[in-house]
Design a protein around this ligand. Sequence first.
Ligand code: MEV
Length: 426
Amino acid sequence: MSQENKKFYQQTRVERLDTLVNQGIISDSDKELYQKTPLLTEDVANSLIENQISQFPLPEGVALNFIIDGEKKVIPMVVEEPSVIAACSNSAKILSRNGFSTSISKRELIGQIILKDIPDIEAAKLKIEKNKDQIFTLAKEAHPSIHSRGGGLKDFYVKIIKDTTITDKEFLTVYLLIETKDAMGANIINTILEGLTPFILELTNGASLMSILSNYNTEALVTATCEVPLTDLETKNFSGQELGQKIAEASLYAKLDPHRAATHNKGIMNGIDSVVIATGNDPRAVEAGAHAFASKNGRYQGMTNWEVVEDNLVGELTLPMVLGTVGGAISVLPLAKSNLELLGVTTSEELSRIVLCVGLAQNFAALRALVSDGIQKGHMSLHASSLAIQVGAQNEEIEIIANQLRLAPKMNSAIAKELLMTLRDK
Ligand code: MEV
């Protein structure tokens, strides 16, 4: 079959890269980089972590069919789990009539100065609040360049932190809201915090417990929504109305039961983390913030909302999302830069919007499968190639064995081995 007649997933890796070049999604030089999948240079690897002994490759693929705020997007994803990328692309296709819409209110990060052993905690709180001008001046002096670019300290508030069911100790915490533009911002925030801490200590006569950014970014919420006509959900075995209703009930159930919520959210993070990793961002920071937000009502809950509204299924995902497009690992990982180019994003906000849509698409795929045919069918079909490789199939044998496994009544490594032996005996 010629390349033009093959679907993207049927093409070889190099053919896929050619397709992306022909569609103007990647440049020739990026194609070269993807094709080589270079190791990091020794210098870069050593500068990123300590005690480095090797490098650990993971596969990268692209999810297709996304329309986000009216623009077509091809999404790079780095992930080791089969079916994540296929499910994501398939969801985006089903949801493509209206695509995804996104919104962001603002992007301010939070730094905390946490104080202890304060003689008069109420008076100390008031004193900090009254010294607003001096706090803003010191923040500017601590990091002039971010302030000159329109970022830096935007606001602050002070809270007495106590819970007598846990301890009699009281703490006083200053929450600083800081805009870091397109950087992930850890260094900017920590520099401002360090600049302010001595003055805050002087005001309060207390001791410092610590000063550090918070990964619970409640002042950087991003929302993705989608709306699909119920008729677009129809399958061989289910009406669109029935599937839409069950997807809505599945999201409702994840609000009620933390055991289900954890799995529901894991599926969302399958999509989110894959893009976060592909762009050189920190998935642990994103996970920590997302799960804290999932507990904002005092109970750990599913992160998405799906509802049937008239003849449509409407989905929504809101999460704190602070990502960078410059600085840190992003600037030294060669593929992170190429992946940002592939996405066509330069700002942190654009990247955050895309990541939320991928999370919502991934959740839609999981719920749609779970409330209809079950997850195993699709999973196993995609698992067939890895099973073939596991039992030693090579080159064209892999697809032959995988196809035979898909048709077999059961799929496991013993059957895969048998099929491979029969193929080789022919
Ligand atoms: C598997 O990686 C993710 C799912 O379990 C998510 C879910 O149950 O919603 C399929």
